[in-house]
Design a protein around this ligand. Sequence first.
Ligand SMILES: [Zn+2]
Ligand SMILES: [Zn+2]
Length: 161
Amino acid sequence: MKMRFCFWGGTAARRSESASMADWCVFCPIARRDPTSNTVLLYSDDRVVAFQDINPSASRHYLVIPIEHIPTVNNLQKSREHHQLVSHMVKVGKDLLNRDAPNSEEHRFGFHQPPFNSIDHLHLHCQALPFMPSWRQVKYTPLARLGGFVDAESLLEVIKP
Ligand SMILES: [Zn+2]
Ligand SMILES: [Zn+2]
């Protein structure tokens, strides 16, 4: 698979390829902690950052994204690298919800599958239920035939090396 990156460093070839991507990817500036981004980070390390969903649909609704620009779950491979990355994203999300919403009825972790993803930069939805308003849950529930939303544990099974 051809890996693509959004950051501005690296080789000239890589930079020219990624320049247009960084223009349209709204999550890369957040992940890079770009000075133009005013998103408040709930967590960050050398692999991921976490922040609040701009349009929350649950009592707590956070996103965890990799710093590397991986477009969607379809770009993940059965590899130790990707399995560890997604496991780490889930752990970060769990820790945040355990800290901020320890008494909520349920914590959910999952990804939208194309074409149901709103932004082409991999992002883990971390939700402390209840959904608010309740009809929003449709968007975050696995639809047996259509796909649409995959819970994190199922995805980890699929990309297990
Ligand atoms: Zn990106
Ligand atoms: Zn999404």
